[in-house]
Design a protein around this ligand. Structure first.
Ligand SMILES: Nc1ncnc2c1ncn2[C@@H]1O[C@H](COP(=O)(O)OP(=O)(O)OP(=O)(O)O)[C@@H](O)[C@H]1O
Ligand SMILES: [Mg+2]
Length: 335
């Protein structure tokens, strides 16, 4: 999990607030053990169901997609109300999609608060539509990135070295150009600072060659199937990041089973571009956070922010338009 200085952003002490038709959640504080905070998600351990015999049930995790938004690894001080629900909806549909294709097992057990053991009904409203109850994993400390188009840190690396993660690419590529074929560009998961692109060999040293070879194939397959599906619906899936982990047994020990975890093919873990506006040679306006990043770039250029915490408050218009983009992506993909 990357650097968290979220607490610094909590000066507004915002937890939940009710908007017109739903509850916006910036931060949760549930009476469950093992609370952790990602930039976007709050995560808790879920005890095994009461009366469960050792070995008969696996430990769970409860992940709540809040409405926090981060850019440049900094969490913004105000939420994008409804974003968490969009993310959970999109991920859930993709998990179904990946299951239907039989690509790999995943961690998702349920998205219904009633299914989470030991949860008091008074907490259901803040979880509705934005939670995932999953099987707990020992997370592999590598990010599994697939790129079909060259942009972001990949574009920067290519301009400097002609390669990304040790993969040499043809000369003369333009920014955001589609690659001759998708490439697999793993990165480290840094606790502090930005994740770092690494070559395949380095990733093998970290998690083992057999695992890397298998998960590279799995990553390509999910990306290719997902990108084809999205493209028919007017979305270019430019690149994406997957996370995998070993399922745990009832005692919390790692088993041999590897599963797809976290979120999958969302605008937070991927770059979604509207296909009708796609034009290589420059940065793309997108469905994802690029819109917020573009706004922040103007703030940085104006000398009003230096990309370190705390982030600047996002104006109402940016918040509204950001949510619209998440909604539009969800609508195009899954109706
Ligand atoms: N089944 C699971 N078991 C244990 N941990 C999980 C599971 N699924 C996801 N996680 C972890 O939960 C966290 C999700 O939180 P969040 O996505 O907000 O983190 P993050 O700070 O955004 O990290 P990143 O930028 O790497 O995505 C991640 O650290 C992820 O590795
Ligand atoms: Mg994440």
């Amino acid at each position: 999990m990357a650097t968290l200085r979220i607490e610094e952003c909590y000066t507004r002490a915002m937890t939940t607030m009710t908007t017109n038709d739903s509850t916006s959640v910036y931060k949760t504080d549930l009476p469950l053990p093992g609370r952790r905070q990602g930039k976007v998600r709050d995560i808790y351990q879920v005890p095994a169901p009461e009366g469960a015999q050792p070995g008969s049930s696996n430990p769970g995790v409860l992940m709540i997609a809040t409405d926090r938004i981060s850019a440049y690894d900094v969490v913004m001080p105000n939420p994008v109300p409804g974003k968490g629900q969009m993310l959970t909806q999109i991920s859930t549909k993709w998990f179904e999609f990946i299951r239907a294709k039989g690509i790999i097992a995943d961690h998702l057990i349920s998205t219904k608060p009633e299914d989470v053991p030991g949860l008091d009904p008074q907490h259901y409203p803040q979880l509705e539509g934005r939670m995932m109850y999953g099987r707990a994993a020992e997370v592999l400390p590598v990010e599994f990135v697939v790129r079909g188009y060259i942009t972001g840190s990949g574009w920067k690396d290519y301009k400097k070295t002609g390669a990304i993660c040790g993969i040499h690419l043809p000369e003369g590529l333009q920014e955001c150009q589609q690659l001759p074929e998708p490439i697999f560009t793993p990165a480290t998961k840094e606790d502090v600072g930005h994740d770092e692109n690494i070559d395949f060999e380095k990733a093998c040293e970290i998690v083992g060659r057999d695992v890397m070879e298998r998960l590279r194939e799995v990553s390509f397959r999910i990306y290719n199937e997902g990108a084809a599906y999205a493209r028919e619906r007017g979305i270019i899936l430019a690149d994406t990041k997957f996370e995998f982990g070993y399922a745990l047994d009832a005692e919390g020990n790692r088993t041999d089973e590897i599963m797809l975890i976290d979120e999958v093919l969302t605008p937070d873990s991927s770059r979604f571009w509207p296909a009708e506006d796609y034009e290589p040679g420059h940065d793309q306006d997108s469905f994802d956070k690029q819109y917020v990043r573009n706004y922040l770039t103007t703030i940085v250029k104006a000398g009003q922010w230096d990309k370190t915490p705390p982030g600047p408050e996002l104006p109402e218009e940016i918040v509204t338009n950001t949510l619209k983009r998440y909604q539009e992506a969800a609508h195009r993909l899954f109706g």
